[in-house]
Design a binder for this molecule. Structure first.
Ligand code: CTP
Ligand code: CA
Ligand code: CA
Length: 650
């Protein structure tokens, strides 16, 4: 048995001392209410995740420097290798100079003609004929996810997979139940009591935080204050997380870091605060101090364009400075919604719910070509791999047993700065197989190539979506994308559950909505960067060692005097920069959703003047050079052909 986490004081019967919290607030904890000041949320993030997957798979020593290689670049670096100064920015050659003992393991790849991915010895030199597979990491991710869920009481858990290597846990209900068990005085003696009555104080004078990194308080006085129930609640949360982490370590051999706090934003900042293999507790009383030292660009949703916009409006990156700005000024600069959101966020307020949905909504397989693909036959070879890739993931989703199946298939093709997309429905009725996917993909490609010049092609991506449960069947397309696709770390302020924004209030106009129908793709809740989408984004690494889906430097349209900051993950369709592969996946899902919406709209328009709609609707994304003006113009100004819609990018 671990030592008791509390030091009990003698009961204080008859004294005036009360907790600052009420019975009502305690009860709110049981229902995961985001308004309970006793709320406990944890964020767990695996340390150097892909690198750890390889270490575990290969059974290498814990102190062995290891990096995961993709072509000539690195996509994950373990902590022993980081000690040599190796980072994701390094090429393999540079990294080996820094640490000759480095083990550089190439990611698994699909080789043309193979029906499954494998670890190929020569993969690094096969960028032209292989495609990266992240399946091994997804598999480990699922195992970890399952273990986390098994570590929690089935009826008192709320787990949100936020990306391939991280989860949020709302521990409130479990903490509530433990509080009542350990402190029977918290059960209200009679229902006749006033719920606004304050709780008795915790019978505790000191809490044992074990090895947790505790965020310091502003002054010694605050530390001297007796703990209140929010401290006790967060301590219980921290015990739960410590057990989960130990369980992951013991069972699957992975280390992870965690943050435990009163909301999602703070817990996520906490998990990154001390790495690897540590957990950080941010007590409510420590929030102010914790945030004041920090740059706001570290906060979820503030890493991207919104963050830049705020920096240029307020001339600072420091939260401390921003705290001096009145809410009115923020509203003026950023719009009412975002202004208020920012004002609250930098004060540590975040009422976002942990959202326990975990079903896959879409799958994508893509590759950027360096050099470009120059003809139909070459492209078809890739489609074969994409189809095999997606199909193998569909099998895991239960497509063979008809548990779930996708309804739509979509192909995006990039040529000369322009992305063309075609979609069609996947015939229902018979069991879906790889050959069908391949045939559909080829047919979509033919439609695109018949439309005009298609070569050279810089990027191809195949995706399936509109998943339906085979047994219950018949869910509408509005169900397929439950997550807010625009809400990712590229920088849009999340929306409140109850607030619908008008386009002009948004810091980025990614979600310009001129048809209320699209609203169903933007749920009235905040999402996370990665969600639980399945994706297999193949980030082509050129010999620069920089991951390039599409880098600005290589595109003639995007050179010039005003280069935007480069991220490793660029959307090939709209130039958005995303923080990681998962965020990019989420972003591409958003495009996919938009396409479907456009398709629906296109179909309606088409149906008005033609008998029967074509099988695959055509969507042409404006080239980046013309996109700016499209953005600025009111919707619907540019004439489109019948059945054709221009995607509106933000
Ligand atoms: N990833 C990537 N490229 C990025 C960001 C992330 O390929 N630009 C992959 C990494 O390989 C990584 C996984 O996504 O293993 C999770 O990313 P993240 O949590 O940001 O980094 P880790 O490598 O896990 O390192 P850390 O210990 O800092 O969490
Ligand atoms: Ca990580
Ligand atoms: Ca992560």
């Amino acid at each position: 048995m671990p030592s008791p986490p509390f030091q009990m004081s003698s009961p204080l019967h008859g004294t005036e001392r009360r907790s600052q919290f009420t019975y009502r607030q305690l009860n709110l904890l049981a229902s995961y209410s985001t308004s309970s000041p006793l709320r406990v949320v944890a964020h767990i993030d695996l340390d150097a995740f892909y690198a750890q997957c390889e270490m575990v798979r290969l059974g290498v020593a814990e102190d062995q420097p290891l990096a995961v290689q993709q072509w000539q670049g690195l996509i994950a670096v373990n902590y022993p290798a980081r000690a040599f100064g190796i980072g994701r920015h390094c090429t393999v050659t540079d990294a080996k100079k820094l640490c000759p003992g480095l083990l550089a393991q190439h990611v698994a790849t699909w080789k043309e003609g193979d029906d499954r991915w494998a670890y190929h010895e020569d993969a690094a030199s096969q960028i032209g004929t292989h495609k990266v597979s992240l399946d091994p990491y997804r598999l480990q991710s699922r195992k970890i996810m399952t273990l986390i869920k098994e570590s929690l009481p089935p009826d008192l858990q709320k787990v949100e997979k936020a990306s391939i290597d991280e989860v949020f846990l709302d521990l409130s209900a479990q903490v509530h139940s433990i509080l009542l068990q350990r402190f029977p005085e918290l059960s209200r003696p009679s229902l006749a009591d006033d719920p606004s009555e304050r709780l008795p104080p915790p019978p505790i004078t000191a809490l044992d935080w074990q090895a947790d990194a505790l965020v310091d308080l502003e002054d010694a006085e605050a530390e001297a204050d007796d703990p209140d129930w929010d401290d006790v609640a967060i301590l219980i949360g921290s015990e739960i997380v410590r057990d989960i982490r130990a369980n992951i370590r013991r069972t699957l051999r992975y280390t992870c870091s965690a943050g435990i706090a009163g909301n999602k934003m703070l817990s996520k900042l906490g998990s990154g605060y001390r790495k690897p293999n540590q957990q950080t507790v941010i007590r409510n009383r420590a929030v102010k101090r914790f945030l004041s030292d920090m740059k706001f660009t570290k906060i979820r949703n503030l890493g991207g364009k919104l963050g830049e916009q705020i920096v240029s409006a307020f001339h600072t990156e420091a939260i401390e400075d921003l705290l001096l700005a009145p809410v009115e000024q923020m509203k003026r600069n950023l719009g009412d919604h975002t202004g208020v959101w920012l004002y609250n966020t930098i004060r540590g307020t975040d009422a976002t719910e942990v959202n326990s949905r975990t079903q896959i909504k879409s799958m994508l397989s893509a590759k950027s070509f360096r050099p470009s693909v120059n003809n139909y036959e070459q492209a078809v070879k890739w489609l074969r791999i994409f189809a095999a890739d997606i199909f193998s993931r569909l099998v895991e989703e239960g497509v063979l047993e008809n548990r779930r199946r996708p309804k739509t298939i979509s192909l995006h093709h990039r040529h000369d700065g322009q992305t063309r997309s075609r979609q069609s429905s996947i015939p229902q009725g018979k069991t879906l197989d790889e050959a069908t996917l391949f045939e559909l993909a080829k047919s979509l490609l033919s439609q695109i190539t018949q439309e005009g010049r298609a070569w050279p092609c810089a990027n191809l991506s195949l995706s399936v979506g509109g998943f339906e449960d085979g047994i219950t069947g018949n869910r509408g397309i509005g169900d397929f994308l439950l997550k807010g696709p625009g809400v990712h770390e590229s920088g849009e302020a999340p929306r409140d559950a109850s607030v619908e924004l008008s386009a002009h209030e948004r810091p980025e106009k990614k979600r310009r909505v001129d048809n209320p129908g699209i609203q169903r793709f933007f749920p009235r809740k905040r999402g996370s960067s990665g969600g639980d989408d399945e994706g297999n984004i193949d980030v082509g690494m050129a010999d620069t060692g920089k991951a390039q889906i599409e880098t600005r430097g290589t595109s003639p349209k995007r050179t010039g005097s005003n280069p935007k900051p480069m991220t490793d993950y660029m959307c090939t369709r709209c130039d958005a920069g995303l923080v990681d592969a998962e965020a990019l996946q989420s972003h591409l899902d958003w495009h996919f959703a938009r396409d479907l919406q456009e398709e629906e709209r296109g179909r309606q328009t088409f149906a008005r003047s033609h008998a029967g709609a074509p099988r695959g609707q055509r969507f042409v994304a404006a080239p980046s050079s013309s996109r700016k003006s499209a953005r600025g113009s009111a919707s619907g100004k540019n004439k489109l052909e019948q059945g054709q819609s221009r995607l509106k990018f933000g």
